[in-house]
Design a protein around this ligand. Structure first.
Ligand SMILES: [Zn+2]
Length: 365
């Protein structure tokens, strides 16, 4: 992606326990006045003593309840410490895919690495029973004007269905690590950006045949997301082409779309993306995905907005009218540097993202 408008998001943690404490205190005060009123009206010392005993018991009970509440709160937090064994999405296998993609080497548009990647993906999806389609187009090289062949890859499940779900990720890598301070002309393999998104789609594809949904599913690899040699270059060429082609046809319709970009960071933090949250057609899906994550205890999906990110989903939405959200972790220091390697990613992060998307797919009618 290119530009972002960063804004600080205030943290709102701790409010829940604060309000619980207040409620408990009020409760104790009202018990106290009830006991005093009772003692006055009866006028007996024994009753006052009894009242004080009751009062102490109530105070102890309140403290115990408060402590128990806190324990339950901590237990909920601990659910966030998920391991691969807790997650029925194979993050380890997704991570193997990510490493295989990076082992190909740099995979920018039109390169031998891209061709090798296409062969690898075609075999994978064909083996799983998807139809394979190359949406080919040509662009001029931004440096010398020569022709560059690009292709979005479209893998369809139930291609005959008119109502469809789009799951997509860009699969080209930045030609050079433009933000690398030491070597901006060095080698860039794009582990998190965006072998991670591709790897999650590859593993998700294994589970799609088990879905009982009435929707068809298109898993799409977008080319030319960042065939740029300078940060101000032309981005999103593949999603632009895909969106325009989609807008021309009336055969089928995307009900929802999800774009996965940089979802493998071992320090995963998925804030809600600003555009996806603002568009009225996509906001319900953002809310749904983050609430699925909350139900599963995947606390890395943080239900707050942090960045507005210009990414492929903006083209899909603006030019294609596709209600597509972006799931992206933009807090990634090795972004567009040589250090974006598999070591910066983790099987567990891939598992968490894959599981949340998988659960959402399972909930579709
Ligand atoms: Zn990138």
């Amino acid at each position: 992606m290119s530009t972002t408008n960063k804004s600080a998001a205030p943290h709102v943690g701790g409010r829940r326990s604060g309000s619980q404490a207040t409620v408990t205190a009020q409760h104790t005060t009202s018990q106290e006045s009830a006991a005093q009123t009772l003692a006055r009206s009866l006028g007996k010392r024994q009753t006052v003593a009894l009242g004080l005993v009751c009062l102490s018991a109530a105070a102890v009970l309140s403290a115990v309840l408060l402590w128990a509440n806190q324990r339950r709160h901590d237990a909920r937090q601990a659910v966030g410490s998920l391991t691969l064994d807790d997650i029925p999405f194979d993050g380890q296998r997704a991570y193997e895919y990510l490493k295989q993609l990076c082992a190909i080497g740099p995979r920018p548009s039109g390169s031998p690495g891209m061709a090798a990647q296409q062969k690898f993906l075609e075999e994978h999806f064909r083996r799983l029973g998807f139809t394979v389609e190359y949406q080919r187009f040509r662009v001029h090289h931004p440096l010398d004007g020569s022709e560059v062949a690009m292709a979005n890859m479209i893998f369809r499940w139930h291609p005959e269905r008119k109502q469809r779900i789009l799951l997509c990720a860009h699969y080209d890598t930045l030609p050079f690590p433009l933000l690398d301070k030491d070597n901006p002309k060095g080698r860039f393999v794009g582990a998190n950006d965006n072998a991670s998104g591709v790897a999650v789609l590859m593993e998700l594809a294994r589970t799609i045949p088990q879905l009982t949904s009435r929707y068809g599913f298109d898993l799409v690899m977008l080319d030319g997301e960042e065939f740029v040699f300078h940060p101000d270059g032309r981005y999103f060429i593949g999603s632009e082409y895909f969106a325009r082609q989609y807008a021309k046809q009336k055969e089928y319709q995307y009900r929802w779309g999800i774009l996965l970009d940089m979802v493998g960071d071992k320090d995963l933090q998925l804030y809600q993306e600003g555009n996806s949250l603002r568009w009225k057609e996509t906001r319900p899906l953002v809310e749904e995905i983050w609430s699925v994550a909350a139900r599963l205890g995947v606390k890395e999906f943080i239900p707050q907005k942090k960045y507005d990110i210009n990414d492929d989903h903006v083209m899909l939405y603006n030019l294609g009218g596709i209600p597509c959200i972006n799931i992206i972790d933009f807090d990634y220091p090795p972004w567009h540097t040589q250090a974006d390697t598999p070591e910066q990613c983790s099987p567990l992060s891939l598992a968490k993202v894959g599981w949340v998307v998988q659960r959402w797919l399972q909930s579709l009618p």
